[in-house]
Design a protein. Structure first.
Length: 503
C-alpha cells in the first residue's frame, strides 16, 4: 500500500491529528516566548490576508456546503479578520497586563498552549479566521478540525492565515488544519496530550463530545432566539431589522431570530410592515408542509434545508413562494415537541406568535428559550425602557439585543459586544461561560503579589514574628491598552453598509 488512499480513513485521520498536534506543541514552545511586538506583527498580517481573501473564501464556502449567501459570508469573513483585529490590536497578551499599585499586585499573561478547534459547516471560513486570530494573539498554537461538509473551504481559510503568519515570523505548525477529518481523527485530536484547551463551535453532539474529553473546553449551544416586539417599538425600524436579520446568510448564525413574539395591539400593522420588507406569511397548509420538510420525526433538523432561500425551501416542500420573499413566516400557537416550527431553524423560516402584553411576551419567550435555547440570546424591539429592563434582568440568556439585528448584534457587528463566532450560553446552556469568547479566554493570568501587612499569628516563631521580607521594588507599569470598542461612527457606518447590502 503506497498511496494514502489505500489506508483506512480513520487511521489516516488519527495519524494526521497526532502529527499536527505534536508539531503545534513544538511551534507553541517557540511562540510562547514571542514579544508583544512580534505577536502583533503576525496578527496584523493574518488580518490583512483574511480580509483580502474574504470574498473568494465565501464563494468556496457556499459552493461546498450549499449554505448561505456569498455577500453575507464575505462580511462575516471581514468581521473575523480586519474588524476583529481592530478591536483586539491593543489588548496586551505578553508580560504584565494589569497591576494595582495600591494593593501591590500585578498579573502576567500565560498562554494556554495548544488549542484544538472544532469548526461548523454553517460558518466554516469566518470561524476558522476567528479562532486562529484569537489563539495566535494569546500566543497559543491552534489545530483546526473542520466539519466534513466544509473541509475544503475551512482548510483553505486556515492556509491563508497560516501562510501570512509564517511570512510575518510565526513558527511553522503554529496554525494548522486537518485535511482528512473523521470522527475518530477529531477524537484523537481532542484527546492528544499536547492539547490544552478545546474550542467547540457546532451542533449539540459535537459540543457534548468536546466536553466529555475531560479537558478545559469552551462550547456553545443551540440558539432558538425569540424576538419580542413591544407596542412601544419603532415598528418600521423593527420590521426592517428583523427581516434583514432573519434573511442574513439564510439564517445560519445561531443568534438569528427564530420566532417573533408580537404585542397584539401592533401585530396587524407589524405584519403589514414585515410583508413590505419581504416576509411571506404562509397559509396553514404550507406551514404543515414546512414542518414535514424541516424536521425529522425525532426532532432533528433536515440538513438539506439549512441555509436555504425561501424559494429553495418552497421548491423542496412543494409550496408556492413568491420571488420577492426574503423569509417565510408561519403563524404558531404552541411551543414544544408538538410544534416542530417552534424549534431552532437554521434557515429562512420564522415563527410568529401574538401576545396581549409584555408580561405575556416574557412568558412566551421563556417557553422558547427553555425549548432549546437556554443561556444563549434574546432580541427585543421596544422604546419603553421599563420593558427593556424587565427583559434584560429576568431572561436566562447571556445576550439581550435591543433594537438591532440579532444575528449581527450578538456577533459584535452592530453592537459594542466583542466580535465573535463562538457565543457561550453559560452554565444553564451547558458551557463554562456566557461570554462572547475572545482572546482573553485563551490565556491565563499569573499573579505577582507583594506583601501588604504584618505577619499573622500563624506565622509567629517562638513568640517572635517571622522576619518580614524587604519591600519589593514597584513592578513596571505597562502602557495602558486602548479600548477594544469600535467607535460609534464605525458602528453606524457598518450598520448602514449591512442594511444597504441586504436590501
Amino acid at each position: 500500500m503506497n498511496a494514502m488512499s489505500d489506508f483506512d480513513p480513520d487511521l489516516v485521520s488519527i495519524q494526521e491529528a497526532r502529527d499536527l498536534a505534536a508539531a503545534a506543541k513544538l511551534a507553541q514552545d517557540v511562540w510562547g516566548r514571542a514579544t508583544q511586538e512580534e505577536v502583533d506583527i503576525v496578527c496584523a498580517a493574518m488580518a490583512k490576508a483574511g480580509a483580502e481573501a474574504a470574498q473568494r473564501l465565501a464563494v468556496m464556502a457556499v459552493e461546498e456546503t450549499g449554505y448561505g449567501v456569498v455577500e453575507h459570508k464575505t462580511l462575516k469573513n471581514q468581521l473575523c479578520s480586519a474588524i476583529l483585529w481592530d478591536t483586539i490590536r491593543d489588548t496586551r497578551t505578553v508580560g504584565v497586563v494589569d497591576r494595582d499599585d495600591q494593593l501591590r499586585i500585578m498579573h502576567v499573561a500565560l498562554p494556554m498552549g495548544v488549542v484544538a478547534a472544532l469548526i461548523p459547516s454553517t460558518n466554516p471560513t469566518s470561524t476558522a479566521f476567528f479562532k486562529s486570530m484569537i489563539a495566535v494573539k494569546a500566543r497559543d498554537a491552534i489545530v483546526i478540525s473542520p466539519h466534513p461538509m466544509a473541509a475544503r473551504c475551512t482548510l483553505e481559510a486556515t492556509r491563508v492565515v497560516a501562510r501570512a503568519a509564517e511570512a510575518a515570523g510565526a513558527p511553522k505548525g503554529l496554525i494548522s488544519c486537518m485535511e482528512h477529518p473523521t470522527l475518530a481523527g477529531t477524537d484523537a485530536l481532542l484527546r492528544h496530550k499536547a492539547v490544552a484547551l478545546i474550542l467547540a463551535t457546532g451542533g449539540t453532539p459535537m459540543v457534548r463530545a468536546a466536553h466529555s474529553v475531560g479537558k478545559p473546553a469552551y462550547g456553545v449551544g443551540p440558539g432558538n432566539v425569540p424576538c419580542y416586539v413591544d407596542r412601544s417599538a419603532d415598528l418600521e425600524s423593527a420590521a426592517r431589522l428583523l427581516v434583514a436579520s432573519k434573511a442574513f446568510d439564510h439564517s445560519v448564525i445561531c443568534a438569528t431570530e427564530q420566532a417573533a413574539i408580537v404585542d397584539r395591539p401592533v401585530a396587524a400593522r407589524f405584519a403589514e410592515l414585515m410583508q413590505r420588507e419581504g416576509a411571506h406569511f404562509v397559509p396553514a397548509s404550507d406551514a404543515d408542509a414546512l414542518r414535514k420538510l424541516l424536521f425529522r420525526p425525532d426532532g432533528a433538523i433536515n440538513a438539506a434545508t439549512v441555509g436555504k432561500s425561501p424559494q429553495a425551501l418552497g421548491a423542496m416542500a412543494g409550496i408556492a413562494v413568491p420571488a420577492s420573499a426574503r423569509i417565510l413566516v408561519a403563524r404558531l400557537e404552541k411551543v414544544g415537541p408538538c410544534e416542530p416550527l417552534s424549534r431552532e431553524k437554521l434557515t429562512t423560516v420564522l415563527g410568529w406568535y401574538e401576545v396581549d402584553s409584555w408580561e405575556e411576551g416574557c412568558e412566551r419567550c421563556l417557553e422558547l428559550i427553555h425549548f432549546g435555547g437556554e443561556g444563549h440570546s434574546l432580541s427585543i424591539h421596544a422604546r419603553d425602557e421599563s420593558v427593556i429592563m424587565a427583559f434584560g434582568l429576568e431572561k436566562p440568556v447571556h445576550r439581550i439585543l435591543v433594537n438591532t439585528m440579532s444575528c449581527l448584534g450578538a456577533t459584535g457587528m452592530t453592537t459594542a459586544l466583542p466580535p465573535c463566532m463562538t457565543l457561550g450560553p453559560g452554565g444553564v446552556g451547558g458551557a463554562i461561560t456566557g461570554d462572547n469568547i475572545g482572546v482573553r479566554h485563551l490565556f491565563t493570568l499569573k499573579s505577582v503579589a507583594w506583601g501588604t501587612k504584618e505577619a499573622p499569628a500563624a506565622a509567629m516563631k517562638g513568640g517572635q514574628p517571622a522576619t518580614a521580607p524587604s519591600p519589593s521594588p514597584t513592578p513596571p507599569k505597562p502602557d495602558a491598552p486602548a479600548s477594544p470598542r469600535l467607535a460609534e461612527a464605525d458602528i453606524e457606518r457598518i450598520v448602514r453598509r449591512v442594511l444597504a447590502d441586504l436590501r
